[in-house]
Design a binder for this molecule. Structure first.
Ligand code: 5GP
Ligand code: MN
Length: 338
């Protein structure tokens, strides 16, 4: 199957580049880390010096994709990342579409003289890229990276390393919420081909969904039984994770992964929101089913964006005001969309 057009442009850029920097978004998720490590593994087989960098740390359950801890973090080693951005011939931005999504690292990437390529599945993109592979119709950036790599394998006649296959499968699996959202025939084809190539899907399942701590399970129970509120007038559900609760449940990065999806299992709920308080702002996570666009909702009211049914953003208000702000936003948004 040949889904990706104009791959000779990418091959040409790769041929001209000795050193390549791959960049992922802030608060990296499975799709981000999977696509970075998957692509890094493949490009390394072409004899290139390949590095991956993200703005900040990723959740602990993804460590199996980066066992040697090779992914650079701008929050930890800014000078090293800056040096890589300046010395690389090619920068490939993966799983994000705007430099705003990589925080302070955006300035570093924007200022680098390297050629810049976008590999992403979000709608729209900044106008700073020399070559763009933007496929919002694909499930995940990992799926896009897989079809790109398949095309490159035809050009170069080489193979996909096992670790890359595992990484791409993992990111696709997490970004579709375990084969629930945005899954297309091409997604199952990719999954089937990767299984045939030796990916042990049960092992990946265990690494991703079987590695949580006791405190995460208890926090999840608390969020569902006590914290979640249903707003029937909007067919919406809201959860608010405060700093106080994080402390009480020994919260670690990634512990709330997937919580926002849970409320969508309720028949009447079409929109689910999780607000997470941090030191500087409130992180917003939105999901929907049917055809409600949380991408547009987030752009209009939550300083963010994303996909039609999975989006995120940020709020800069006291946590006590979040519920009322959410209700008002929904009211205004639904009135406008009528
Ligand atoms: P999550 O709820 O998993 O953090 O994010 C879901 C999706 O929303 C992500 O895949 C990403 O596309 C998008 N997203 C999350 N946070 C932001 C944000 O601050 N700005 C924009 N533009 N998109 C975001
Ligand atoms: Mn993604």
């Amino acid at each position: 199957m040949n889904i990706i057009e104009n791959l000779s442009l990418l091959a040409d850029a790769i041929n001209k580049s000795e050193s390549i920097l791959l960049v992922g978004h802030i608060n990296p998720d499975g799709d981000s880390i999977g696509s970075l490590t998957g692509m890094k593994g493949y490009l390394s087989t072409l004899g290139k010096s390949v590095c991956a960098a993200v703005p900040n740390n990723y959740p602990q359950f993804l460590e199996f994709l980066d066992p040697e801890k090779e992914i650079l973090m701008y929050s930890e080693t800014p000078d090293k990342v800056r040096e890589k951005a300046d010395s690389s011939h090619l920068i490939i931005c993966m799983d994000f579409n705007s430099l705003k999504r990589i925080d302070n690292l955006g300035e570093v990437i924007g200022n680098s003289k390297a050629r810049k390529i976008l590999v992403d599945h979000h709608p729209g993109h900044d106008n700073i890229f020399d070559i763009v592979y933007s496929y919002p119709q694909l499930s995940s950036t990992c799926e896009l990276a897989y079809w790109i790599i398949k095309g490159l394998m035809q050009i170069y006649g080489n193979a996909l390393p096992h670790n890359s296959a595992v990484a791409l499968y993992t990111g696709m699996m997490t970004d579709t919420n375990n084969f629930t959202n945005s899954v297309l025939p091409s997604t199952f084809m990719m999954a089937g081909e990767l299984m045939e190539a030796g990916v042990d899907k049960e092992w990946v399942q265990k690494m991703v969904f079987g590695g949580y701590s006791e405190s995460r399970m208890r926090l999840m129970g608390h969020m569902l039984s006590t914290n979640m509120k249903i707003l029937p007038q909007f067919n919406a559900a809201i959860m608010i994770l405060t700093k106080e609760m994080k402390e009480k449940f020994n919260f670690e990065d990634g512990d709330s992964e997937g919580f926002v999806n849970l409320a969508l299992n309720i028949r009447s709920v079409r929109i689910s929101a999780l607000f997470t308080e941090s030191d500087d702002f409130i992180r917003v996570s939105l999901r929907s089913k049917d055809d409600f666009s949380v991408n547009r909702l987030s752009r209009a009211h939550f300083n963010g964006g994303g996909h039609e049914r999975a989006a995120g953003g940020r709020l800069f208000i006291p946590v006590e005001e979040v519920e009322e702000y959410f209700s008002k936003s929904l009211e205004e948004f639904m009135e406008k969309e009528k």
